[in-house]
Write a protein that binds this ligand. Structure first.
Ligand code: FES
Length: 318
C-alpha cells in the first residue's frame, strides 16, 4: 500500500491572546525563529492539531511579517471540535504542524480601490489584506465590519480604525445594512470581497451578480450542504503515477476512494471551500462542485472532497 505523506511545517505556539467575542489569537513561529514560507494577503493555512483533526484558518498578519503566522480562532460550541481543542488544550510552546499557505486575494494590478464586507470573525482574511494595502501605500480601501455588540479583534483592527478605513456596523442596534449600497457599482479599479455568514454571502452574491468575476472575492467558512445526485453513476478512478485504480460508488467521495487506496490527501473542510484537497486531473471529465477553483484552475485541477466524474473513467495525477 502506497502512502503519499502530507507535507507540514513544524511551528511552535509563541503567544496566545484574547481577541474578544470568544476568540483567541495564536501566533505560530518557526522553532528557531527562522522565516516562514511567504503568503499572499487573505491566504489560509491548515493546522494539523494533536490527535488528527485538520482545520483551516485565514492568516491575519501583514504578509511582510514573515516570522509568524497569526490565526484568530472563534470557539464554535456546535462545531466539529477543532476550535474547542485549540481554545482548551493548546498552550504556549506547544508544537503544531501547518500546511504551506495557499489562496488569497488579488489586490494589485489595475485595482485602485477595495471594499471589503465582513461579518464577525469573517474579518480575518481582510486584516492581512488591510495590512498589505497599507504596507504597499494603497490606503484606498474600506472595510465594513458587521458585528452584534462587541466587534471582534479590536487590537488588530485598531490601526485601520484610526486611519478611517474601518466602518463598524453594530447590527444589534441598526440591523444589517444593505450590502448593495456598501459595495456600490463596479466602477473601474474597484474590487470587492466578502466573508461572513451564509445569509450575508447570499446578499453579497446578489449585489455583485453582474460584476466582472475577477473583481469579486467570496470567502466561506461553512461548506454548503452537499446533496447526493440520484443520477450520479459509479466510475473508475485511476491514478497515473502510482498505477492504482478503484471504483467510486454512488454516494462515495473521491477523497474516501483515495483513502481506501492508502493515498493520503490533505483535507480540512470536506465541503469544497478550503482548497486543501486540490489534485490535478489528466483524463476524463470531472464534475466540479467546489467553491474555490476558478474556471481556469478547473481545466487542470479538482477538489477531491466534492468532485465527481461525468464519464466512466477519470485519471488523476497521483
Ligand atoms: S477538504 Fe476543503 S476543499 Fe476539499
Amino acid at each position: 500500500m502506497m502512502v503519499k505523506p502530507v507535507t507540514t511545517i513544524k511551528t511552535v505556539v509563541d503567544t496566545i491572546e484574547e481577541g474578544g467575542a470568544d476568540i483567541k489569537v495564536f501566533s505560530l513561529v518557526d522553532p528557531d525563529y527562522w522565516e516562514l514560507p511567504p503568503f499572499r494577503p487573505g491566504a489560509h493555512i491548515d493546522l494539523h492539531l494533536p490527535g488528527g483533526p485538520v482545520r483551516t484558518y485565514s492568516l491575519c498578519n501583514d504578509p511582510a511579517d514573515n516570522k509568524r503566522y497569526l490565526v484568530a480562532v472563534k470557539r464554535e460550541r456546535d462545531g466539529r471540535g477543532g476550535s474547542v481543542k485549540l481554545h482548551d488544550e493548546i498552550r504556549v510552546e506547544d508544537t503544531i504542524g501547518v500546511s504551506l499557505p495557499r489562496g488569497g486575494l488579488r489586490l494589485d494590478g489595475d485595482l485602485t480601490h477595495h471594499v471589503f464586507v465582513a461579518g464577525g470573525i469573517g474579518v480575518t482574511p481582510f486584516l492581512s489584506a488591510a495590512a498589505f494595502l497599507r504596507h504597499n501605500s494603497h490606503p484606498n480601501f474600506t472595510l465594513h465590519l458587521m458585528a452584534r455588540g462587541e466587534p471582534p479583534l479590536r487590537s488588530l483592527l485598531a490601526p485601520f480604525v484610526k486611519t478611517g478605513n474601518v466602518v463598524i456596523h453594530d447590527t444589534a442596534r441598526s440591523g444589517r445594512p444593505d450590502i448593495g449600497s456598501l459595495v456600490g457599482l463596479p466602477t473601474p479599479g474597484l474590487a470587492v470581497g466578502c466573508c461572513g455568514p451564509e445569509s450575508m454571502l447570499d446578499d453579497f452574491e446578489r449585489a455583485t451578480r453582474d460584476w466582472p468575476r475577477e473583481r469579486v472575492h467570496i470567502e466561506r467558512f461553512v461548506p454548503p450542504a452537499l446533496t447526493v445526485d440520484p443520477n450520479v453513476k459509479p466510475y473508475t478512478l485511476a491514478l497515473s503515477r502510482s498505477k492504482l485504480e478503484t471504483r467510486v460508488e454512488r454516494g462515495q467521495t473521491m477523497l474516501a476512494a483515495l483513502v481506501s487506496l492508502g493515498i493520503d490527501v490533505p483535507a480540512s473542510c470536506c465541503g469544497g471551500i478550503c482548497g486543501s484537497c486540490k489534485v490535478d486531473w489528466l483524463e476524463g471529465t470531472p464534475v466540479h462542485r467546489d467553491r474555490v477553483l476558478s474556471p481556469t484552475e478547473r481545466e487542470r485541477s479538482l477538489m477531491v472532497c466534492v468532485a465527481g466524474s461525468a464519464e466512466e473513467r477519470l485519471v488523476l495525477d497521483l
